[in-house]
Design a binder for this molecule. Sequence first.
Ligand code: PHE
Length: 345
Amino acid sequence: MMKEMLEKIGKQAQEEIAALVKSSGDLKAEFEQVRVKYLGKKGELTGVLRQMGKLTPEERPVIGELANEVRADIEKKLADAKAKIEDLKLQQQLKNEVLDVTMPGKDFSAGSLHPLTQVLNEVKDIFIGLGFEVAAGPEVELDYYNFEALNIPKDHPARDTQDTFYVSENVLLRTQTSPVQIRVMEQKKPPIRIIAPGRVYRSDAVDATHSPVFHQIEGLVVDRGVTMADLKGTLETVAKQLYGEDARIRFRPHHFPFTEPSAEVDVSCFACGGKGCRLCKGEGWIEILGAGMVHPQVLRNCDIDPEEYSGFAFGMGLERIVMRRFDIQDIRMFFENDMRFLKQF
Ligand code: PHE
């Protein structure tokens, strides 16, 4: 009797375990259910073994052995099933998480430097290569530095051309980078060799070539025996590095209150080489900066003796240079931060 029951339990367990592996339900829970059903304290096998007492002494070892065999068999089948279930789970996971290495990667867009920054960096590198240092001054400036010390007194007509944004009577947004000349000369005695790039402000009506904020790059050299020839040589060297070996420069007489003599400087058109084209409006030349020999009074304002020292200064407009370089038609492009524009550089 007990022998048949044990054999029946063994067979039944085997079938259930086999079915378990093929089940689509919660395998872990179902597995546990089967385990408890056969091997648990209240399980079927245990139930049969409890009745061992009713057996004769001769039957006991025989049935005992059989019971152990059945138990061992069920345990082994369960272990196999468990391994199989885990393997199935792993296969499923691998299938779900499969990575198609042939799929195109996700593009991420890296930023780039603003065209003004790019060209400014180039200009800085050129001047640093010539032994210049980079100086800076405040954008909110005193009237004294922006005008007075630069030989532009209160009633001077040159003030009109500057269209100044005033903060108060004596405080303004600098209209040029030239005040940095004064600040540097107050701090440092010759030899001086600096450039000072930065934002400047003028109350101009906005159009394709005018913006209330733009950039200048100031230059200042003061030492014993500095002449106009040094100014020309320096600017020519810079023009060639910026525009190529064929670039030439020319000086046209001009007036600035803080330089004497003064000049406006043109570079030969790098689009047509001087023949005249759309870019230079048929001129063959493009104005790039204002320059001159530092006025003796400006040196004196900074406690530098003009009998002992002389210097040259220049100021160039960065936007103009960049507009010509990249054929940009409208200065407003620089400040509107339109990605379609910026992404081109
Ligand atoms: N500051 C002058 C301007 O804004 C340019 C300049 C600088 C001219 C230095 C001469 C010397 O027009």
